[in-house]
Design a protein around this ligand. Structure first.
Ligand code: SAH
Ligand code: SF4
Ligand code: F3S
Length: 460
């Protein structure tokens, strides 16, 4: 936990903050904690960048594009800083965890006065106080791995659904991936702490929690507490919270007991994100993914068979160094087999310091982009096909809010994590209601609110 000094608690009084988060849910959760710390320091959230006295960019390093975007934003903040020199620009998250990148930012962007890494979030009050009192740059990134933080304040994004970290870091070292370097070794939280957080959220009225980790199925393997991910799911399910989700699942650690528990428990949602990455065994090997296409298929089949109405999504990388047309076609074949509900697809991006970045590559970027398009065409075909299957059915939707363009439309998610836009007569944000699906499209469903209970009542 962070203990603020009296002076730190007053630093932000009458001042505004703004946090911009990029990347995965782990970063979103960190962003909520950063906001919580800033509010304890007296800062108030401001939507407008021009009104902010401190802007923090919570960054992602997963692909080059992600980093370029952030560097562009830092550049564009220069004009705000000129107009308001006392404004603080801070960089945190995964980008500064890479030594080269941290040095590059320090050298090229003098407006950045504050920088900290994913392990140093609790140092924020001290670092920021130093910047404000000395106006010297405060950079703290490479300190030792912190244990996962407990009891830090946070400002959660929603009041009805919440992210709950169950672990940080990753030990898998897929050959293309920067995450084990930016987030460090896998560190699981103790199950007692996780359960305490879930119970508190439930008491506060939360309907849904998402258990977060780079590889949730490996939960607990670094601890000596005799609690696997299957055990954790069981305990969390026992709290009775309405909806439980989890992400991301690595196929390697996904055992049958997990499948059984997901299948048995009504409050564990039938939706699994199961990254494939490639459908070709040689590429999978070079990626260090630890499974073959056959093993993936067998796992996929067991999940489909045991968990009723389960939806499965995936991640795929095209253009791993020297990937041949034939190897790529194995990925396409796998897509035809799995017919995913949803998928994220990426062109391989070389991340400095990873083994894959050192492989000399003979395939052009143009060819990789063509493959991505061909892949996306098939992925889109199947997501639409799967969504169309819901037409005419009545589904449960946890209501998130109003459509940005039309106040007569609200939106929310089904148990299978399908986004539904629906017209309503009596729906509240945070409630679970019934919607009859009228149309399935590639990325979402349309529907109308219905009241099945009432209809029955009227019939009798
Ligand atoms: N821990 C999660 C993934 C985190 S990164 C898992 O193992 O599934 C999210 C996705 O980004 C990955 O699944 C992968 O498809 C993609 N990705 C990661 N590194 C990449 C790189 N160097 N180039 C392109 N895509 C990458
Ligand atoms: Fe990266 Fe692989 Fe770990 Fe996922 S499992 S975070 S892809 S190293
Ligand atoms: Fe990006 Fe870091 Fe997440 S690199 S994907 S924000 S762990």
């Amino acid at each position: 936990a962070v203990k603020l000094t009296d002076s730190q608690k007053k630093l932000g009084v009458n001042l505004n903050y703004h946090v911009i988060t990029y990347g995965c849910q782990a970063n979103v959760r960190d962003g909520e904690v950063i906001s919580g710390i800033l509010e304890q320091m007296g800062y108030t959230f401001s939507d407008a960048l021009s009104k902010a006295d401190i802007i923090i960019l919570n960054t992602c390093a997963i692909r080059e594009n992600a980093e370029k975007r952030v560097l562009g934003v830092i550049g564009s903040l220069q004009s705000y800083k000129r107009k308001k020199p006392e404004m603080v620009v801070g960089i945190c998250g995964c980008m500064p965890q890479q030594e080269q990148m941290a040095q590059n930012i320090v050298a090229k962007y003098p407006i950045v006065e504050l920088m900290f890494g994913t392990h140093n979030i609790s140092s924020l009050p001290t670092l920021l106080e130093n910047v404000l009192t000395t106006r010297k740059r405060n950079i703290e990134v490479f300190s030792a791995l912190g244990s996962i933080y407990e009891d830090l304040p946070s400002v959660r994004q929603f009041r009805h659904k919440a992210f709950v970290n169950i672990m940080d870091g990753c030990d898998k070292f897929c050959s293309y991936c920067i995450v084990p370097y930016t987030r460090g070794q896998q560190r699981s939280r103790r199950w007692e702490d996780i359960l305490k957080e879930v119970k508190r959220l439930k008491e506060e009225g939360y309907q849904e929690i998402t258990l977060l980790g780079q590889n949730v199925n490996a939960y607990g393997k670094d601890l000596d507490q005799g609690c696997t991910f299957a055990d954790l799911l069981e305990k969390v399910s026992d709290t009775g919270i309405r909806r439980i989700r989890f992400t991301t699942s690595h196929p390697w650690d996904f055992d049958d007991r997990m499948i059984d528990i997901i299948a048995q428990r009504d409050n564990i949602m039938p939706f699994i994100h199961l990254p494939l990455q490639s459908g070709n065994d040689e590429i999978l090997k070079l990626m260090n993914r630890r499974y073959t296409s056959k093993q993936y298929k067998e796992l996929f089949d067991r999940i489909k068979e045991k968990i009723k109405d389960v939806a499965i999504s995936t991640d795929i990388i095209v253009g791993f160094p020297n990937e041949t047309e034939e190897q790529f076609s194995d990925t396409l074949k796998m897509v035809e087999y799995c017919q995913y509900d949803n998928a994220y697809s990426f062109v391989f991006s070389a991340r400095e310091g990873t083994p894959a970045a050192r492989i000399e590559d003979s395939v052009s970027l143009e060819e990789k982009k063509r493959r991505l398009q061909r892949l996306n065409e098939r992925l889109g075909y199947y997501s639409k096909l799967n969504n169309k299957k819901w037409e005419g059915q009545v589904v449960e939707v946890l209501v998130d809010g109003f459509s940005k363009t039309n106040p007569e439309i609200m939106s929310g998610y089904t148990p299978q994590q399908k986004l539904v836009n629906f017209s309503y007569d009596n729906a509240q944000i945070g409630a679970i209601i019934y919607v009859k699906i009228t149309q399935g499209m590639k990325n979402s469903l349309n529907g109308v609110q219905v009241h099945p209970g009432k209809e029955n009542h009227e019939q009798y």
